[in-house]
Design a protein. Structure first.
Length: 159
């Protein structure tokens, strides 16, 4: 079953280009939460990188490699797992200037691929992702950000 996570934040008096640059700096994520153990980024073409992740989950590690396409004009990052522990993992970052503020929207869909444990594991995984992303966003963008919305579900795809 696919899990859906959507996290929204506002950076008051921010600059969208600066926020985009901070969000795409994956290797700094380890500085802001112990959940992210390591991230290694390798260029993979113009505006495309491969990022290899190790993330603590429960009593073990999740590992995967994803392709990240950076669109600095639209201030959008799309990512999709290439290999790894998830059955599937994909999503987007959208950074938008809204007056003097910056809107940050993170969405992802993932499937851990363990049907017999979904009722137990999925809620824990979604909550852990939500909490870690909050810590990462505050660390990257400052304590002044406002987390304005978070949705997690396993039912239908979210807009």
């Amino acid at each position: 079953m696919t899990c859906h996570v959507r996290i929204e934040a506002i950076v008051p008096d921010g600059d969208a280009t600066h926020v985009f640059d901070r969000v795409q700096d994956y290797e700094r994520y380890t500085e802001h939460t112990a959940t992210v153990r390591s991230v290694t980024v390798t260029p993979d073409g113009p505006d495309t990188v491969r990022s290899a992740w190790e993330v603590r989950f429960r009593s073990g590690l999740l590992r995967w490699t994803e392709r990240d396409v950076m669109d600095p004009v639209a201030r959008r990052i799309t990512f999709d797992q290439l290999t790894g522990d998830f059955a599937s993992f994909a999503g987007t970052w959208d950074i938008t200037q809204t007056g003097t503020d910056v809107s940050v929207l993170f969405t992802c869909e993932f499937d851990l691929g363990i049907p017999s444990l979904e009722p137990i594991i999925n809620p824990v995984a979604m909550r852990a992702l939500d909490e870690s992303m909050g810590l990462i966003l505050r660390g990257l963008l400052g304590e002044g950000i406002r987390l304005t919305g978070s949705r997690r579900d396993t039912a239908a795809a979210m807009p």
